[in-house]
Ligand binder design. Sequence first.
Ligand SMILES: *Cc1c(COP(=O)(O)O)cnc(C)c1O
Length: 373
Amino acid sequence: MRKIPYGRQDIDADDIQAVTEALQSDYLTTGPRVAEFESSVAQFCRATHGIAVANGTAALHAAMFALDIGPGDEVIVPPMTFAASANCVLYMGGTPVFADVDPDTLLIDPKAVESKVTDKTKSIIGVDYAGQPCDWDALKAIADASGLALVADGCHALGATLDGRPVGTLADMTVYSFHPVKHIATGEGGMILTNDDELNARLRLFRNHGITSEARARDEAGEWFYEMTDLGYNYRITDIQAALGVSQMKRLPQFLEKRRAIAAFYDKAFADTPVRPLATREGALNAYHLYVIRIPNRDQIFTKLRAAGIGVQVHYIPVHLHPYYKEHLGTAKGMFPVAEEAYEQILSLPMFPALKEDDMQYVVKTLLEMVSG
Ligand SMILES: *Cc1c(COP(=O)(O)O)cnc(C)c1O
């Protein structure tokens, strides 16, 4: 029987060669490939600085550190996301404040955001859900009016644009993950992009214990002295992972093309059927980390599709419904009705560059038989 995942990495001979070369080099952890990877992602997204870290969650944590989020501070986040988007606020002792999403796109709703701003609000984290940018112009207007920092959780949206402007330049900081299901893979890996020199310096400090210089730079300068000025973490990425990242970045344009072609195929197949894909906003070029549909009888169809070898997924259980949040933040069912209603209906279909035409046809045919029969 077929076994089609919802997402997976695509590793070729050049990727393997790049990693092999890193393994044979002088550097296994921070070396020249980390800097190369950082500039490759930053250039692709037209941002000034890229700071590579151990994973996307560490990147979010670093962003909250760079903004100096602490006890008493509120950060507005959407409930329709992976828990890490909100957890990062808790790591710093701050309070995530949820704002509901738009029913057509499941992106954070600027009107809901506006109603949540208080004198304790420090930042807004927008999640470019499924691969399309949030309404960053509306979010920026709200942020500017109250002096808030904007953070993009762009983990779904590497390669997306809004009116021609790349994700990576639309917020004060943009966070990426290079988990194998994301647009490019490094095993584990993440990055923060920013145009701000001060944030860049704080992010670099944070990923290296809060120490003011990196071991390789000290070595090369023949120095031993260093100081720890902040409480950072070891959130470094390895040169081995960065080698894979550099190689994968060369393939990103093709990956994006393939994802968009799959989305176009699904869009066409589901027109005038009970399967309702999420809307993509005017002016947004979607990077399609996920292809999310809304469907009646989701639970039943999920089980049947899995039984047919189609690895569908649900992204996400709204964060405020997780037991930890209910217990520690007092959240409850009923608080964010748009996200909650969507959660009952959504399904992520297989979407990854190596997905075969034949498998795409099988997914469509199997699903349409189920919804009509
Ligand atoms: C994948 C993901 C993350 C976390 O990335 P990791 O690299 O797995 O830590 C955070 N936010 C969103 C929206 C993601 O999809």
